[in-house]
Design a protein around this ligand. Structure first.
Ligand SMILES: Cc1cc2nc3c(=O)[nH]c(=O)nc-3n(C[C@H](O)[C@H](O)[C@H](O)COP(=O)(O)OP(=O)(O)OC[C@H]3O[C@@H](n4cnc5c(N)ncnc54)[C@H](O)[C@@H]3O)c2cc1C
Length: 543
């Protein structure tokens, strides 16, 4: 019996992930990176190949291992990865996911890179952790370039290199550098003020760190930016893995986390035993220094979740096109159409949101865009990351039993889905940040409302939603427990404003009619009669 007789769809591979995604192509052009089309087309082709899907599967099946000692008992603290991990890192670094906008600061560079990152997230996610952290560390390192001589001479040039180099060597002997971040300790991650790791200043101006980090991802990176308590208070430090003479820094890897998902990537618990570090910025200014890195990683969390959402949608559409039940393909069954259409809406919204937000991170962003990002970043990060697990569960169900077995990519994607919401500020923490910005930064509120104003008159439901949102944002009674409600309203208003202006009309209308309806229950597949058909027709049914 061949696959067709068995009613089993062909594998979802050998397709160009960029050119099959009309929403992403439109967003890239709209948000300022039409010049990136050829590059993204090539990247979409590479990522969608059967070879890349196989690498992604392999890198997650054969998870990294910690090797603490060599054969004669010396401490080595090395991580051994499957070759598939290294191949994926080679591809992504060649693409410049960790550095492109810092290398070529042309208009649209952040948007182009966001699209490349989103496409990558459709296929594999663990490799995106070191890429994101390296990308986000560079602006901090540039700002504090005078912290120590080797930073400008050796580290920064290597952070811009696209030539992946996994070797454990002193940085001067390497072709490129990767960075990580160490903030979370056992007693608290969201509240970093509770950090206990101590930093003692040495006679030469460097520091020695003593303490631990409870989550320390990508421990094989060449350096980490970490927080520790110095005499002047919580401070940010640059902690290299190896010292210039090749000796391992005094960072002991206790163990690797046994994680729900993100299994291709290593996340460690580490102990600092008088580890050598340089101070970045002033003592006591650790949070303001590292927050620039955190802000950029929050954008990536949202893009990563938008990629997961789109990847799951594309696979679900593909399956439903080929799989038949009760004499017809699933995609022709009215109730399945309703479900698929609803998933299309979620993906369109997520893609539009993250690409718009990426534009606000451009080097030439206006003051208004920067104010907009202050409020939109936590709101979009909260909402898109929060939608991913629900969306992934629904997409998985489109496959029936096949979605529940490991040979399909869906279980891996499903396990990955909650992570971006926890990382870099969990859901509630993001919503509290939204409230803080709303209360303290009137320019951010004005920028958001002015952005929403561009869609005025396009949809009556959206107009009413925005009017109520504007009143709520200025309501002095707005309290912490309202945080999730207001953040969701901001994100859905922004998504709706983008879709009614730029997506096919059926999509904008269906999004407003469902997501802005006070009676919206959250379950997928409950669009009103006709909206599902029209949504699918607007984008074509097949992936
Ligand atoms: C796979 C993985 C890799 C990671 N890698 C790294 C890394 O490389 N570097 C690093 O520094 N960290 C890393 N982390 C840690 C991550 O950033 C933290 O887990 C996260 O910031 C939350 O901190 P916590 O776990 O201590 O939870 P807590 O801070 O204890 O928070 C628990 C819950 O309480 C909520 N909460 C907190 N404060 C409030 C409040 N005031 N009001 C209402 N609710 C609140 C949070 O939203 C969360 O849901 C990683 C985590 C994971 C899962």
């Amino acid at each position: 019996m061949n696959n067709a007789d068995a009613n089993q769809p062909p594998a979802f591979e050998g397709r160009n992930l960029f050119t099959i995604d009309a929403a992403l192509q439109a967003a890239v052009a709209r948000e300022g990176a039409p010049w990136a089309r050829d590059r993204l087309t090539a990247w979409g082709e590479r990522l969608g190949s059967s070879e890349t899907f196989a690498l992604a599967s392999r890198a997650n099946r054969f998870a990294p291992e910690l090797h603490t000692h060599d054969r004669v008992g010396n401490r080595i603290d090395e991580i051994a990865f499957d070759p598939a991990w290294h191949e994926l890192m080679t591809l992504a670094m060649r693409e410049g996911e960790h550095c492109a906008p810092w290398q070529e600061s042309r208009a649209g560079a952040q948007v182009a890179r966001a699209a490349a990152y989103l496409l990558h997230a459709e296929v594999e996610n663990g490799t995106q952790c070191p890429l994101t952290m390296t990308f986000a560390a560079v602006p901090v390192l540039r700002r504090h370039a005078r912290a120590f001589a080797a930073l400008t001479e050796t580290w920064l040039p290597r952070s811009l290199s696209r030539d992946y180099d996994a070797r454990s060597l002193p940085i001067a002997a390497k072709r490129s550098a990767l960075f990580g971040m160490g903030m979370t300790e056992r007693q608290g991650g969201s509240d970093v003020r509770a950090n206990l790791t101590r930093a003692e200043r040495a006679a030469d101006g460097s520091y020695r760190l003593t303490g631990h980090k409870w989550f320390f991802s990508a421990p094989m990176s060449d350096a980490h930016l970490v927080l520790a308590q110095a005499a002047g208070g919580l401070s940010c430090f640059f902690l290299p893995r190896l010292l210039p003479d090749g000796v391992r820094n005094a960072v002991r890897i206790e163990r690797l986390k046994d994680k729900l998902g993100n299994r291709s990537n290593a996340s460690a618990e580490v102990v600092f035993e008088g580890a050598f570090a340089w101070l970045l910025g002033d003592e006591g200014r650790g949070v303001p220094v590292i927050i620039e890195m955190v802000q950029q990683t929050r954008l990536d969390c949202a893009i990563g979740s938008a990629g997961l959402i789109r990847g799951a949608l594309a696979q679900a559409l593909h399956h439903a096109t080929y799989r038949r039940a009760f004499g017809r393909p699933l995609v022709e069954q009215p109730l399945m159409q309703n479900v698929l259409a609803d998933l299309v809406l979620e993906s369109e919204a997520a893609t539009a949101l993250v690409l718009r937000l990426a534009r606000a991170f451009e080097a030439d962003a206006t003051e208004r865009d920067t104010a907009f990002a202050r409020l939109a970043t936590p709101a979009v990060k909260y909402w898109v990351c929060k939608r991913a697990p629900a969306m992934l569960a629904e997409a998985l169900e489109v496959f029936g039993g096949n979605g529940y077995v490991e040979e399909s990519a869906l279980p891996r994607m499903y396990r990955e889905a909650p992570l971006n919401s926890i990382w870099e500020g969990a859901g509630n923490v993001m919503c509290l940040d939204v409230l803080r910005a709303a209360r303290r930064e009137p320019a951010a509120v004005e920028a958001l409302l002015s952005e929403l104003g561009t869609a005025r008159g396009a949809n009556a439901g959206l107009d009413a939603h925005v009017a109520a949102l504007a009143a709520a944002l200025r309501d002095p009674k707005l309290g912490e427990s309202d945080g999730r409600r207001i953040s969701a309203r901001i994100a859905t208003a922004l998504a709706a404003a983008l879709l009614v202006q730029h997506a096919p009309p059926a999509i904008g209308e269906a999004y407003c009619a469902s997501r802005l309806d006070p009676a919206y229950a959250g379950a997928f597949g409950a669009l009103s009669a006709g909206a599902g058909e029209a949504t699918l027709r607007a984008r074509g049914r097949a992936a």
